[in-house]
Design a protein around this ligand. Structure first.
Ligand code: THU
Length: 130
């Protein structure tokens, strides 16, 4: 399962649109339905309008009909390990459980494993909305 998610994240990274940062990132989600949903970062000439690889992967998952993340793998070409940014941690948490697995990868494979509640302790949560 780790190997397959790593391979999907790496393949997604190859599709990054990152002409400005030149910092390709790939992410792959194993969802509750058993399917893998991958994504890359997609930048824009108007810099704030780009978005992260994890966000693309989440979009694919939701549009594929899944809502729960069992595991997510992230890889960046130019960083030994690429922990998801703060915004993506919250976006991932929306669809995760405390025991959702997070795999940080390099070119060789999964190097670091952690749970979602370690990646984002004290996540924003409230029952007064919705
Ligand atoms: N990036 C991601 O795709 N995921 C992260 O978790 C961190 C940053 C992207 C955003 C931008 O396209 C590039 O990396 C440089 O910040």
């Amino acid at each position: 399962m780790e190997e397959q998610l790593f391979a999907a994240a790496r393949a997604a990274m190859a599709k990054a649109h990152a002409p400005y940062s030149k910092f390709p990132v790939g992410a792959a989600i194993l969802a509750e339905d058993g399917a893998t949903y991958a994504g890359a970062n997609i930048e824009n000439l108007s810099f704030p309008e780009g978005w992260c690889a994890e966000t693309t992967a989440i979009s694919h998952m939701v549009m594929g009909g899944a809502k729960r993340i069992k595991a997510v793998a992230v890889i960046a070409e130019k960083l030994a390990l690429c922990p998801p940014c703060g915004g993506c941690r919250q976006r991932l948490a929306e669809f995760s459980s405390p025991d959702t697995l997070v795999f940080l990868c390099d070119e060789a494979g999964v190097q670091t494993r952690m749970r979602m509640d370690a990646l984002l302790p004290h996540a924003f949560a409230t029952d007064v909305i919705g």
